[in-house]
Design a binder for this molecule. Structure first.
Ligand SMILES: [Zn+2]
Length: 96
């Protein structure tokens, strides 16, 4: 999965389309993420009334925002000189 906790992402669909927000949690097994302020809803829970809940969103509807050029970008991978795979911005080639 290319998105990590703490990344900034831009939403590509839904009613918050275009919004840029931070990833608060990732669910790699499901390819889903939680994004700050996105997917919030209220649920009636017995005993405690209305409770704020949050829905995970699919990673296919977000684009990573590069911290260097601050543009929504695709993520590529590069192998550094230590043989470790790192993410890179397809636009400015910065390691993310
Ligand atoms: Zn970039």
């Amino acid at each position: 999965m290319k998105i990590r906790k703490g990344d900034s992402v831009q939403l590509l669909s839904g009613n918050k389309r275009g919004t840029v927000a931070k990833v608060s949690k990732v669910l790699p097994a499901k390819n889903k993420i939680f994004v700050d302020g996105v997917g919030l809803y209220k649920k009636a829970v017995k005993g405690s009334g209305m409770v704020d809940r949050q829905k995970a969103i699919d990673t296919s509807i977000v684009k990573l925002v590069c911290p260097k050029c601050s543009k929504p970008t695709r993520v590529g991978y590069v192998i550094n000189d230590k043989g470790i795979k790192e993410r890179s911005c397809k636009k400015c080639k910065n390691i993310i």
